[in-house]
Design a protein around this ligand. Sequence first.
Ligand SMILES: [Zn+2]
Ligand SMILES: [Zn+2]
Length: 369
Amino acid sequence: MSSNNTAGQVIRCKAAVAWEAGKPLVIEQVEVAPPQAMEVRLKILFTSLCHTDIYFWEAKGQTPLFPRIFGHEAGGIVESVGDGVTDVRPGDHVLPVFTGECKECRHCKSEESNMCELLRINTDRGVMLNDGKSRFSINGKPIYHFLGTSTFSEYTVVHVGCVAKINPKAPLDKVCILSCGISTGLGATLNVAKPKRGSFVAVFGLGAVGLAAAEGARISGASRIIGFGVSEFLCPKDFEKPVQEVIAEMTDGGVDRSIECTGSIAAMISAFECVHDGWGLAVLVGVPNKDDSFKTHPMNILNERTLKGTFFGNFKPRSDLPSVVEKYMNKELELEKFITHEVPFSEINKAFAYMLQGDSLRCIIRMEA
Ligand SMILES: [Zn+2]
Ligand SMILES: [Zn+2]
């Protein structure tokens, strides 16, 4: 294993710190402590902005935790590793992921689950598991982590269970978007909905996640992909009758598969009720409001429709993401169409503006000038 001159040392570097909810991030000089047991320190090369960053930065629906370093979609290179880390070493190219895979728990050992007990997403935690402390500080004052990733920093420390080691030939400025949203939508289709070649697929919500679900349908050979959620496609508000009835008329009784990526409870119910009886399957991806409840007549289920939900597209981050990267490398999966903007790290607040204005699917933030 090659040693480098920063291993074991505190690294001083730039990070975009959110000092307060909803206020522009400030590029600060931070200190990043060395990785502890089962942790790795990464040099982030590219990161991108996801709605989840915005949601927690705005801090309207949860207990605010500031100052904090956001960011959870990224590509980087391992700088150094802590005790007990054997899966990755300095120089490896990796994608940090907001949810992990310890490989030891019942979920990790189940072929059917990716909801690791140890490293499952925790939006409230702002510290590392090993010692309950942050690895980031400014003049000795801790700056909190976000989703165990905090990729809006030139260097970050992540649990080894939350990094996927990928093909070093893969361009990190493209595959970094597989850390979260794109894999979530893609996996919902490829791993859960599993449409057969020639089938009809409806996708609700045409942001990055919904478009990735549609990309999964394209890869699966769906013959018809019906999208809802933006003006040039079908817009549910344009119809007098429930959208599920419109779809049933358009498709001779319903689609074979539907994927719901908005989080709107009405869209979830439409997504379920628009699948064909006898075999239709709907997959819920979007996160609903706290007080929502899902109502449908039980006959819709008795008539042989299936409802499923998924988290991170059912991908196990360490085991499965490398092969998703390979799908991009062998041109089976397109990623360029999701990347609408790019900014240097110094202009990271522009990425927030693009997303808030609804202009961007993914904005790549380049860490090096
Ligand atoms: Zn686990
Ligand atoms: Zn995300």
